[in-house]
Ligand binder design. Structure first.
Ligand code: CP
Length: 306
């Protein structure tokens, strides 16, 4: 039976740690410094992206290539979706091409699970609506573990558009399962009270509408992109940066060891000031991208049984 990766909710610490360990072993190859075993030789992976992507799509393609597999890429624009073919019909037809796995990004929350119930091949969720982005959650965890070597007792803030963020949900599940304490920070409109109950380990989750009050004790601050494409009513509030942006002044109030993360793409000058995003001492933003290749190599091997 095919092995899917649809979400991090419900994956236990042992399962997460095994994936992170395997990803760590792929870091030299992800950096282009080593040649890994061709564990995906002869394997074919369909990359189905019905929403835009730079990092996730290219890193899945890089991960597949590094392991000796082949990718076939299909984006919503230019596919027969424009002629009215449904999401599920598209996936059934791609499955019928004999692929070993499909990587899928969709605006439909639960879309990857829908495919997993209907196709023969392995399904890997590359982001489904507001629900989860499991490989992003894993690469966020790998990045944190590479810096601190542990999760137990770490204080992490996830800041911004929590309501619309699949990145926040996946990171929240994984980090709290692994022992970190997470404070979700955002304006009331983007941080519903129900988010406190999302994680299995509720005692490790706090909510705050006051970014300034959370800065002092942090080990990790993860800034989220304001998701203009999912915002109900339009743009960013004019005082967003003032209240919830990681400005130069706020970054100066973080503990010296605190790292800055962002899944990308960055709205510079909105969530994060330029000099904070580019601060090589604190910012992990580009390391997260490299770690994404290693994580996706590990996930592909996991799902394809190698
Ligand atoms: N972090 C992330 O998912 O980036 P992309 O949208 O570019 O894939």
């Amino acid at each position: 039976m095919a092995r899917h990766l649809l979400q991090l909710e419900g994956v236990d610490a042992e399962g997460l740690t095994a994936l992170l360990d395997r990803a760590r072993s792929h870091l030299p190859a992800a950096r282009g410094e080593a040649t890994p075993a061709r564990s995906m030789d002869g394997r074919l992976v369909a990359q189905l992206f019905f929403e835009d992507s730079t990092r996730t799509r290219l890193s899945f393609e890089a991960a597949t290539a590094r392991l000796g597999g082949r990718s076939m890429a299909l984006q919503g624009a230019g596919s027969s979706a424009s002629k009215g073919e449904t999401f599920l019909d598209t996936a059934l037809n791609v499955d019928a091409l004999g692929v070993d796995a499909m990587v899928v990004r969709t605006s439909i929350s639960g879309g990857a699970a829908l495919l997993a119930r209907n196709v023969r091949c392995a399904v890997i969720n590359a982001g489904d609506g507001r629900r989860e982005h499991p490989t992003q959650g894993l690469l966020d965890c790998l990045t944190i573990r590479e810096v601190f070597g542990r999760f137990d007792g770490l204080r992490v803030a996830i800041v911004g558009d929590i309501a619309n963020s699949r990145v926040a949900r996946s990171a929240l599940h994984a980090l709290t399962t692994l022992g970190a304490h997470v404070t979700l920070v955002g304006p009331p409109t983007l941080l519903p009270a129900s988010m406190a109950g999302v994680a299995h380990h509720r005692d490790r989750v706090a909510l705050s509408h006051d970014l300034d009050a959370t800065l002092g004790g942090l080990d990790v601050i993860m800034m989220l992109r304001v998701q203009l494409e999912r915002a109900a009513g339009g743009g960013v509030a004019s005082d967003y940066r003032e209240l919830f942006g990681l400005t130069h002044a706020r970054a100066a109030r973080l503990p010296g060891h605190c790292i800055v993360m962002h899944p990308g793409p960055v709205n510079r000058g909105v969530e994060v000031d330029d000099d904070v995003a580019d601060d090589v001492r604190r910012s992990q933003i580009l390391r997260q991208v490299t770690h994404g290749v290693a994580v996706r190599m590990a996930v592909l091997e996991h799902c394809l049984g190698r």
